[in-house]
Design a binder for this molecule. Structure first.
Ligand code: HEC
Length: 342
């Protein structure tokens, strides 16, 4: 079979074309002839059919792959796992168009890139037949032929204005076993990563990277000792009732406060507790238990702070009202509730 390589170097496109034509007449099939040149030369100029390759088809396949991925993500996932969207469409069109475009482009480009490597059989090992003069502007015609034909090709090139003709045993310099070695090295590296990565993932190996949080003395949420609050500090999360530590009522029950308290009570409490606070507001029928009679002894026995806390945080089915009343207004209401006492 074809086990000899002949490389002819030509300075003119026309002489290269003539040489290729001669090679064809000798009976070497076109796919055993390759042309190398520093600048691309149209196959037509050399009298050859344009080289076919799979790159275009590969790109198309990549585009379809990307498109498929986009459709799977955008349509498949929401249909498989429908989620409550708050009235928004499950598959929103405008962002979907963008994502579809991006993924299609990504598929095209990655597959084209990979396909280019694949078609060029990258990586190549060993030294392929080449001559630096090709880079300098000459046209190299490489012919693969059996011994008898190779001799005739050499003669043909020499008679056909070839600047130089080289003849080598076929593919002596291409080392196909290097492929095996290359794959082995890549495989070993991948294997190492696969073995080493879990060591970090599962904390077998820990690298104590400093984080600012770690550098601080911390108190676990559910563990002691609790840090004592500095003296005179107030809770900022909102009012809390601390038993046995009655705070003093900060808003004195003067006529002004009572007047404000009455108005605020009418707005915020009367619907449930009634304008007189007896628990017969218009909404009282809707509650079980009914809104308490604020004039009665049980409520009046509560401390100011307890009533304040009930208004702030709610109590049982009574809603919290801290969003409706600021702190001072709540104390005004407390004063008014005291005033309701029979
Ligand atoms: C939406 C209706 C509603 C509003 C508004 C409301 N309450 Fe009440 N309140 C209730 C109900 C119902 C109860 C009984 C809750 C229970 O026992 O589960 C109650 C209980 C109470 C108690 C008794 C708490 C205790 O510890 O025994 C007080 C005091 C009180 N409300 C004061 C007020 C004040 C003051 C306001 C206005 C700032 C107010 N409530 C606004 C429904 C309301």
């Amino acid at each position: 079979m074809a086990n000899y390589l002949v490389l002819g170097l030509f300075e003119e496109v026309s002489s290269a074309a003539a040489a290729i034509e001669g090679v064809r007449r000798i009976g070497v099939p076109d796919n055993r002839v390759s042309v190398m040149s520093g600048t691309p030369i149209r196959s037509k100029l050399l009298g050859r059919r344009p080289a076919r390759n799979w790159l275009g088809l590969m790109s198309l396949l990549g585009a379809l792959l990307g498109l498929g991925a986009a459709v799977t993500l955008l349509v498949g996932a929401p249909l498989l796992y429908p989620m409550y969207q708050g009235g928004q469409p499950l598959i929103p069109i405008p962002p979907s168009i963008i994502i579809t475009f991006e993924l299609t482009m990504m598929g095209t480009m990655w597959v084209t890139f990979g396909g280019f490597w694949l078609l060029n059989r990258f990586p190549r090992f060993g030294r392929p037949v080449y001559d630096p003069r090709i880079t300098a502007g000459m046209i190299g015609v490489l012919v693969e032929a059996d011994e008898g034909r190779a001799g005739r090709v050499v003669d043909l090139f020499k008679n056909g204005n070839a600047a130089d003709v080289q003849r080598v045993g076929a593919r002596p310099q291409i080392d196909n076993r290097a492929w095996g070695r290359w794959l082995a090295v890549v495989g070993v590296l991948l294997g190492l990563v696969l073995i080493i990565a879990p060591l970090f993932v599962y904390d077998v190996i820990r690298i104590p990277f400093g984080t600012q949080m770690d550098d601080q003395a911390s108190v676990p949420y559910d563990g002691g000792p609790r840090l004592a609050a500095p003296a005179n500090s107030v809770p900022i999360q909102g009012p809390v009732f601390v038993s046995d530590q009655p705070a003093t009522q900060p808003v004195p029950a003067n006529p002004n406060s009572l007047q404000r308290g009455q108005v605020l009570f009418d707005i915020n409490c009367a619907l449930c507790h009634g304008p007189k606070g007896d628990g017969n507001g218009r909404l009282s029928g809707f509650f079980t238990p009914k809104p308490f009679d604020l004039t009665g002894a049980p409520v009046q026995a509560l401390s100011d702070q307890q009533i304040f806390t009930v208004i702030s945080n709610g109590f049982g089915v009574m809603p919290p009202l801290h969003e409706n009343l600021d702190v001072e207004q709540r104390w005004d209401v407390v004063n008014w509730v005291r005033n309701l006492k029979k």
